[in-house]
Design a binder for this molecule. Sequence first.
Ligand code: FES
Ligand code: FES
Length: 168
Amino acid sequence: MTRQLITLIVNGDRYQVPVAPHETLLDVIRDQVALTGTKRGCTSGACGVCTVQGEDGRAVLSCLALAIEWDNRPVTTIEGVAGEDELHPVQKAFLEYGAVQCGACTPGLIMTAKALLDENPDPDEEAINEALAGALCRCTGHIKVKIAVREAIKAMVADAAAEDSHGV
Ligand code: FES
Ligand code: FES
């Protein structure tokens, strides 16, 4: 099968990878770039566990994205979310508020929530529900997930206010 060499930019690192026309971004991220935090679930766009962020910060279902179309386009995966010294506020809140059980859905949920908050730092309940609707969790029933997202929003809003008051 003919493969084309593309450059994937994942979490700021560049990877030259040979991809077949039918291969998905999910397959290449997991199997060639060897970042396995992005999970493989339904592979048909229905569960959200494969969610990554594209260059514009929007959530992308990597199981539905053809890798060949991501040549030289930045992608953020769950491995790129934490800062050097600390977790992202969404990750912290998931841990603190018990939104993680088996963990299968967790990377996708965190990427989905982060994509929402990057676009809208203070979303209302409807926006949260809408964003999370396509990211399934079999363990938590989404209640703790929604609590964690709301707490992450509070923490991020408070951090932003503190930075403003210090003139940063
Ligand atoms: S694996 Fe992509 S949506 Fe389920
Ligand atoms: S924590 Fe198990 S599927 Fe969500």
